[in-house]
Design a protein around this ligand. Structure first.
Ligand code: FAD
Ligand code: NAD
Length: 155
């Protein structure tokens, strides 16, 4: 099985889009990620999966905190910025939730402390203990078949 076939298959699974944000020594860093899942209600846990080459990996390992920003349909540009799909540097203003950096205008901001981490293949899974949540009434951005989409109503 080649990598393209695997990615094409995984791309059939429609997801939302998040930007994972973290901070180390006063430096805020973000990365676009769709490998995100709710894990447990009691205690409240989520999981993210970060590739071994991502610069954010060591920042989360050392800082032991991250936020998951579930992007709204009008935030595709932010997804592209934090995936390196827009090359020119852009200034992004970060808000704070429970002291952790978050993106204004996201559908949901989920602040987490790292509970455990597991290296699996070429990614590290971080289990995050949720410390605070902020919600906004907005439609989510969708990613499927390698493309951004917005939800369409079913009539
Ligand atoms: P960099 O390449 O340094 O950062 C990424 C971009 O964010 C750079 O352009 C940088 O300028 C910008 N940036 C970072 N911090 C700031 C800041 N403070 N202010 C302004 N700009 C900033 N990879 C995974 O490992 N797991 C996933 O689940 C995942 N899902 C993805 C889902 C989608 C829809 C897409 C498009 C990509 C996904 N990726 C995922 C790939 C990942 O987003 C890219 O490989 C990313 O470029 C790696 O980021 P990095 O940490 O190496 O940091
Ligand atoms: P794509 O066709 O590469 O991605 C489709 C799906 O394949 C993704 O939703 C994800 O589920 C899976 N996938 C892709 N790359 C992966 C990886 N390195 N490890 C594990 N799963 C992976 O879509 P695209 O538009 O070409 O993606 C843009 C870039 O973002 C690519 O470089 C891609 O590798 C990267 N990406 C990485 C991940 C990840 O690391 N988990 C997830 C999505 C996209």
């Amino acid at each position: 099985m080649d990598d393209r076939q695997f990615r094409t298959a995984m791309g059939k699974f429609a997801t939302g889009v998040t930007v994972i944000t973290t901070e180390l020594d006063g430096d805020v860093h973000g990365m676009t990620a769709n490998a995100f899942m709710s894990v447990s209600l009691d205690p409240k846990l989520v999981v993210i999966s970060i590739g071994e080459k991502a610069k954010i990996l060591n920042k989360i390992k050392e800082g032991k905190i991250f936020s998951v920003n579930i992007l709204a349909a009008d935030q595709q540009e932010l997804s592209m910025i934090f995936a390196g799909q827009i090359k020119e540097p852009r200034e992004v203003v970060f808000d704070r939730l429970d002291g952790k950096p978050v993106l204004a205008g996201a559908c949901a901001q989920v602040a987490c402390e790292v509970s455990t981490e597991h290296v699996e293949g070429d990614h590290t899974l971080f289990i995050g203990k949720v410390t605070d949540i902020h919600l906004e009434e907005k439609e989510p951005l969708v990613f499927v078949n390698g493309k951004y989409r917005a939800l369409a109503g079913i009539s």
